[in-house]
Design a protein around this ligand. Structure first.
Ligand code: PGA
Length: 258
């Protein structure tokens, strides 16, 4: 039985594949998901591969996403990519504030806030804002506060039009790439905190209409079943397990009960 909002399952390929591997995997995904109608599926390849993957995905139901974006619309920003360019290339989604960028590139929530703003104001892309606590914060029982704070920093003052959606990806940093996902009850609890915070900020109606909350961090074909039917879980952001079409398909199929 399906419950809640339509699920969205996004593949984050990070910097794991070269150009050829990226195209081959995109082709396999198109074949694999040909008859899939369980929810929305999207692939986030590296920047350089976006145009070629877009061509491969054309005519299929798989959406395209980017892994990052810059916070200005246009200008002298060497090495950066604007939301408009992502839109031009045919993206539907863009990840914002992935924890690897926060950790390795010193991205902070002020930057994340600006990125979110420019995406919403200059394009129709759906932003996927990543939040999540690290191991130390979890161990010392600060998770709820950290999530609250990250959401406020990223989303405060955002002007959200009725037609615009935002996805919040709850990705506990300690679970990403670790091989061990969070306990489903814990994910459900964190998603509840996120939903309550969003409701305080935007009102329940807007949260119901415009927000989805998805989980990311070591989801694979074996543990995906643990996430089925969880309250306030509207999908998954999948890293490692999205690098094989069979496994990603199995995850998507499981979570959507298709
Ligand atoms: P993982 O990555 O599934 O490999 O843990 C998830 C992510 O970083 O988005």
């Amino acid at each position: 039985m399906k419950n809640g909002k339509e699920k969205v399952i996004l593949a984050n390929w990070k910097m794991r594949l070269n150009l050829k591997e990226t195209q081959e995997l995109a082709q396999e995904m198109v074949k694999k998901f040909k008859d899939f109608n369980g929810g929305t599926v999207g692939l986030c390849p590296n920047f350089i591969s976006l145009p070629s993957v877009k061509k491969i995905l054309d005519g299929s139901q798989i959406k395209l996403g980017a892994q990052d974006v810059f916070w200005e619309e246009v200008g002298a920003y060497t090495g950066e990519i604007s939301a408009k360019i992502l839109s031009e290339v045919g993206c539907d989604y863009v990840l914002i504030g992935h924890s690897e960028r926060r950790e390795l590139l010193m991205e902070n929530y002020e930057m994340i806030h600006k990125k979110l703003k420019v995406v919403l104001s200059s394009t129709k892309l759906t932003p996927v804002v990543c939040i999540g606590e690290n191991w130390d914060e979890r161990k010392t029982d600060r998770r709820n506060f950290v999530l609250y704070e990250q959401m406020h920093q990223a989303l405060s003052g955002i002007d959200l039009k009725e037609s615009r959606d935002i996805i919040i990806a709850y990705e506990p940093i300690w679970a990403i790439g670790s091989g061990t996902a969070i306990e489903p009850e814990e994910a459900q609890y964190a998603h509840k905190i996120i939903k309550m915070t969003l409701s305080d900020m935007f009102g329940e109606k807007t949260v119901e209409r415009n927000f989805k909350i998805i989980y990311g961090g070591s989801v694979n074909k074996d543990n995906a079943k643990d996430f089925v039917g969880l309250e306030n879980l509207d999908g998954l952001l999948v890293g490692g397990a999205s690098l094989k079409a069979d496994e990603f398909y199995a995850v998507a199929k499981t979570i959507t009960n298709f």
